[in-house]
Design a protein. Sequence first.
Lengths: 269, 229, 229
Amino acid sequence: MAQPVAFDEGAPDAEAEPAFTVDVDGFEGPLDLLLALARRQKVDLARISILALVEQYLAFIEEARRLRLELAADYLVMAAWLAYLKSRLLLPEPPRGPEPAADDLVGALALRLRRLGAIRAAAAMLEGRARLGRDVFARGAVPGLDTAPGRGAAAETRPGPGPFAGTIHDLLAAYAGQRRRGARAPVSLAPRAVWSVVEARAALERMIGPRDDWTALDVYLAPYLADPGRRATVRASALSAILELAREGRVALRQERPFARISVRGLEG
Amino acid sequence: MARRSAVALLHEPSREPSRDEAEIPSAALRLAEALLFGAPAPLSAAALAARLPPGSDVEALMAELARFYAPRGIGLVRVAGAYAFRTAPDLAPALRGEAPEPRKLSRAALETLAIVAYHQPVTRAEIEEIRGVSTSKGSLDLLLETGWVRLRGRRRTPGRPVTYGTTPAFLDHFGLDAVADLPGLDELKGLGLIEGRLPAGFRVPQPSDDPALRADEDPLPEADDAGPA
Amino acid sequence: MARRSAVALLHEPSREPSRDEAEIPSAALRLAEALLFGAPAPLSAAALAARLPPGSDVEALMAELARFYAPRGIGLVRVAGAYAFRTAPDLAPALRGEAPEPRKLSRAALETLAIVAYHQPVTRAEIEEIRGVSTSKGSLDLLLETGWVRLRGRRRTPGRPVTYGTTPAFLDHFGLDAVADLPGLDELKGLGLIEGRLPAGFRVPQPSDDPALRADEDPLPEADDAGPA
């Protein structure tokens, strides 16, 4: 089963150093790294030294850069912010400023770390619960017990007509899937519709009676000329066909001058 | 090993001796019970023996289970040489009348439904253009049968094709307040349903199921499905 | 008229008095047992009451069933506000046998699920804020696919982001009766990590999968399985 989640760090080749291991690969972002560093202080997360933590983080980033590890941008953003926080912690507090107090920044960071730590713990507790399909089983749902082929649960419940089922996720996945496929589909041109000379001849032979008087060719073609996309092919094939019929002595043609309309008369034949 | 689980059994097994002491089932019996309950089909004595502790007397265990469940609402039956729990036959009249299992839509029908939802009012030719395959009439007929899709009107173009849209029942079933609440492109991306580079101009429409006909829609004749026009 | 069925019960209910006399279950109890056994999903008290003889005390029947099954290989559990039979958790290793472990959730997906469960209703931006990383796309998609997480509605803030919450299937899978029973929830609340003052104007209310929308949520999905309004 493919790992469904992409990690956003790109440093698989971290060199392991015995004293100080720099390996960003195991961390899911800067907050995760900070949390791991905080855990090293081996005190309650509520009482960590943020200043010590900031220094550890900055040292870590410094080391990673010295080793020329490629760091994701958010690690550097966090480093910049922590460097700013460090300067605020070390310098005397300005009398009044538009920025929040350094204590508030520290409090906010500590709270974020505690919250992530708490969610980690909660996730572990969830994972450890007796889970349906892993630790407890519903009727008929124990795996590997289908010993009587052909007499499984499916064979015993007749799928009859009834209400229909579907979830919003099915619906969204179906839509997104096909739009994505459609977006990548190669361009294909629809084949142009062509009225062949054979079709034209058959149609004209059917329509032009032997005793018809002079009639404009377009009158016969009117039903076929309705579709603008087909006018050119209808005219061209009809002209070829009618010339052929004239050559065979089946019709007479008349055109007063170049580009004037062509009239047709059926001949007895 | 069996770590103490956190699952909330309504009533934890009491470990104090009680008047039921004689009835505390053996480990093999408990496992046999769970296996029969969990099996999708009746289990043969051999299949049971394979999963029970070595040396278990399957016949004796089955006889004990059968005796134990005899007065209850479910019972052990032997069918075609195998064992299974079944509801007691005398309860059948009270148990019958269950609604049939809902039918799952095919992928083609689901895709067609999604296109109708996002692109309504939409004609069959337009659905086919988006899906890139010709839509079997069956999918649309099935969707009409579900009551989630309806005929809206006719597009005022040559051939006057019928336009399709979704119904209030569609919103009900999928838990939507309005089709406008269907996720847009950004949200579909956020859900990881659409990934990768998309061609410029790729859009997901802002759907609307406003019953009022569009400017290019004609009403369906009243009698469209009620006899000759 | 309960016609005599052709299914051969291995052991016909004996009509002679026996030492089990006190344990002969009532008709309502037998029916409740059969209903729970036969139901494809957990049954709520209301669903049971609708099928049981009028005037049945569902709670009392469930308590009696729970007590009866407590020492056995299957047991009555209460999940997502409904009742179901499940195999006893301590039998899991023997029941799994050589079947492969079901697909494991990645750490990222599990964390995302925990955030949705404890902080619901929650938006994707809030999930990312808590995790400190911006890649929860695949996780959310996967969680929607498992059916444990659903779209709830839209937060009434700029951009109207979709809010996420957990489903009854989540509760069923993790053996919880309600999200209020989430492990460690009291501790988290006590530490102010669920409610309370949070940085950057972050508002994380007490978790609730109540289908009713919060004051700052606009409807999108109501409960996925909500019936017609």
